[in-house]
Design a protein around this ligand. Structure first.
Ligand code: 5AD
Ligand code: SF4
Length: 435
């Protein structure tokens, strides 16, 4: 009988993609994926270290596994991804029942490690980061759905002072343009109407055969590919060429996720974000000139060390001025090993919480105001899944990445339909089918 593995994924889309890579590697070596962890011979957690809360979730989850392991001592427990890379063998002290710790560049070793499980001395740790590993030749087995994630680069060299990613994912490296185009073609052949190009900094993508704009052009030319998204770009590396390429191709979605992080120049400098408030605002203006319909989303951190009330208000000002369609908002979380963790002027938890709530309140009104502009317009929407509220309604996203809910007619998932937008509530649009 085939050995079975079970995998749970935490964190960003890159981890979703990596879990698909791991599943591919294990399938190729004769292991079978199961969604039922009690029948698994090996359990993996693909983990995130971006904020303390993400790590806490995994610690709790691992504690549950300790119980399973008691019942089934032969079962392997493996920790993969950023938290594995961050904690390395320190984790064994707290959780001796974990068998394997592998960082994001070590997944190719996994089949061999499982194969030799009987000879496993004690624990296996591999957290060597590579300058070259991009898993170029591995095309992942995908979960179903409407979107295929495609990783175009790995690692990050920006070293924002709050961020653990450069330490957990190592140096930035780009995958070959040809390999990405091949993967996009495969996704189309498998029936995916949409792909999302993934990287920590997609627009610093660079190879001998092209930069990010050229890659986008090459992908946009793949026959049958209806929607192309990408995430995340760094504001510093967005140029007019990229915006022009987006404008020239109908299948590149007019949505940019542009992480602001903070609105005050002193904080941006301390974060090592390498742009100023005015640079960011100019960029937004440029985007709106070249791509008037483009929607914008962002990431914001409140309570970065040293952030004063006045500086926080500057973040609110930028949020009001830009009018992001949506935002991910976080309290700063201290990550050991990063530069900002050494700053002595950490902000009080209660202050962070209060700022977060004020920011969320403002963004809520901004989001609603922004998405209301679609009322009365026609939008092309990709049918994605049943609405959470009713099995008689579908939910799907517009080109600009806003969710729309409408009454089912004859359409089916993966189809693109035209809706007339009739209403907006919270962050969701409502519509009716008109094609
Ligand atoms: N604390 C809070 N948020 C963080 N992010 C990254 N590091 C931290 C941290 N230490 C946020 C940033 C980034 C997003 C992916 O996570 O906003 O853009
Ligand atoms: Fe982290 Fe900054 Fe790199 Fe994004 S650009 S992954 S926030 S270091």
């Amino acid at each position: 009988m085939k050995q079975k593995f079970y995998i749970e994924t935490y964190g960003c889309q890159m981890n979703v993609y990596d879990s698909e890579l791991v599943a591919t590697l294990l399938n190729k070596s004769g292991y079978e994926k199961t969604d039922n962890m009690s029948e698994a011979d090996a359990i993996f957690l693909n983990t995130c270290a971006i904020r303390e809360k993400a790590e806490d979730t995994v610690h709790n989850r691992l504690d549950n596994f300790q119980y399973l392991k008691k019942q089934k001592p032969d079962m392997l427990i493996g920790l993969l991804g950023c938290m594995a890379q961050h904690l390395k063998d320190d984790l064994f002290e707290q959780k001796p029942f974990v068998d394997i710790i592998l960082g994001p560049d070590s997944y190719r070793k996994l089949p061999e490690i499982i194969r030799n499980r009987r000879q496993l001395e004690d624990h296996v740790v591999d957290t060597t980061l590579s300058r070259y590993e991009v898993y170029e030749d591995l095309f992942p087995v995908r979960a179903s759905g409407v979107n295929a994630w495609i990783s175009i680069s790995r690692g990050c060299d920006k070293f924002c002072t709050f961020c653990i990613v450069p330490f957990t994912r190592g140096r930035e490296r780009s995958r070959s343009l040809q390999s990405i185009v091949t993967e996009a073609r495969k996704a189309v052949a498998e029936g995916y109407p949409e792909i999302t190009l993934l990287g920590q900094n997609v627009n610093s993508y660079r190879t001998e055969t092209g930069d990010f704009s050229e890659l986008l052009e090459a992908v946009a030319a793949v026959p049958g590919l209806e929607r192309i998204r990408y995430t995340s770009p760094h504001p510093q590396d967005v140029d007019d060429r990229l915006l022009q390429v987006m404008g020239e191709h109908a299948n590149i979605c007019k949505h940019i996720h542009l992480p602001l992080q903070a609105g005050a120049d002193r904080i941006l400098k301390r974060m090592n974000r390498t742009y100023t408030r005015s640079h960011f605002l100019h960029l937004v203006e440029r985007i709106r000139q070249i791509l008037p319909e483009c929607s914008l989303s962002t990431d914001i951190i409140v309570g970065f060390p040293g952030e004063t009330e006045k500086e926080f208000l500057e973040t609110l000002e930028v949020v009001s001025e830009v009018g992001f369609d949506s935002a991910f908002m976080f309290k700063y979380s201290m990550r050991p090993g990063t530069k900002a963790a050494e700053y002595s002027d950490q902000v009080d938890e209660a202050v962070k919480q209060e700022r977060l709530e004020r920011l969320i309140r403002l963004q809520k009104t901004m989001s609603l105001e922004r998405i209301r502009r679609h009322i009365g317009t026609r939008q092309k929407v990709l049918v994605e899944k049943e609405s959470k509220k009713s099995d008689r309604q579908w939910a799907g996203r517009t080109d600009g990445n806003t969710w729309v809910v409408w009454d089912k007619t004859t359409e089916t998932p993966r189809q693109i339909v035209t809706l007339e937008i009739t209403d907006a509530k919270g962050i969701t649009l409502f519509g009716k089918r008109i094609d």
